[in-house]
Ligand binder design. Structure first.
Ligand SMILES: C[S@@+](CC[C@H](N)C(=O)[O-])C[C@H]1O[C@@H](n2cnc3c(N)ncnc32)[C@H](O)[C@@H]1O
Length: 233
């Protein structure tokens, strides 16, 4: 089974925005980690691949970046346009090449919490490397593979597609794959992993949800994030 080309998030795009804007996992685990790995973006051109409703784009523009965002979901792109009038957004399936972006035309690529939805990840990562300047960097985050395995069991080392209904009733199909596979896909696409982080909740999240804060401070059940650079060799 593959994930396929359906814009799965389109039907619950507004709900996702509502969930991700201030929610524990996105606002206090994933976004602080990826923004930290991106570093200072002032004056840089950033490709936000799978931009969702524009929460990252909003922050990046506030920090002085020029943002080009793409998402397969037309409703997500509409939400991004509304949220970040200064950004440039397109409906685009990342299974297709970014033909409208020249080689070496962006300084950073952010690919947050979406690699799970792509079937040919090496082809996509190669394309992200093509549009990235040689001195640029890719920041990618994904569900933590250990947390996935604890939840789904089965053979940790065998990538496979699962279908789930999340707590808000969202039906999602996505890839489970071991940490080794993500590292190997990055290598095959011409990247060197510079940093790998396993984000713990930001301190202010302790009062938001003490139980979740305590659990995610000790369990690898959230996300992981990497910063990778084009391999010059
Ligand atoms: C969990 S959301 C993450 C959104 C955003 N990156 C964030 O972290 O706020 C996953 C996003 O990936 C998008 N997506 C999934 N498959 C895609 C594809 N093949 N091409 C482009 N976007 C895709 C979905 O539409 C959705 O907006």
């Amino acid at each position: 089974m593959e994930v396929g080309r359906e814009a799965q998030y389109d039907v619950f795009a507004e709900q996702f925005l509502d969930h991700a804007r201030d929610g524990f996992y996105n606002a206090h685990l994933d976004r602080p980690a990826c923004l930290d790995l991106l570093g200072d973006v002032a004056g840089l051109r950033v490709l936000d691949a799978a931009c969702g409703p524009g929460l990252y784009a909003e922050e990046l523009v506030t920090r002085g970046a020029a943002v080009v965002g793409v998402d397969i979901s037309p409703r997500m792109v509409e939400l991004s346009r509304r949220r970040v009038p200064g950004g440039e957004f397109r409906v685009h399936d990342l299974a297709e090449p970014l033909v409208w972006l020249p080689d070496a035309s962006v300084d950073r690529v952010l690919f947050a919490l979406a690699v799970e939805y792509v079937d040919d990840r090496v082809a996509l990562l190669r394309e992200l490397r093509r549009v990235l300047r040689p001195d640029g960097a890719l920041v990618l985050s994904r569900q933590h593979p250990f947390g996935n395995w604890l939840r789904h069991g089965g053979n940790y080392f065998e990538p496979r597609v699962v279908e789930e209904v999340w707590s808000r009733g969202w039906r999602v199909r996505y890839w489970l794959s071991p940490l080794e596979r993500t590292c190997e896909e990055l290598r095959a696409a011409g990247f060197l992993v510079e940093r790998l982080v396993e984000p713990r909740p930001s301190p202010e999240a302790a009062t938001l949800d003490p139980e979740r804060f305590e659990r995610l401070s000790r369990e690898p059940t959230g996300f992981l994030a990497v910063r990778a650079v084009p391999d010059p060799r």
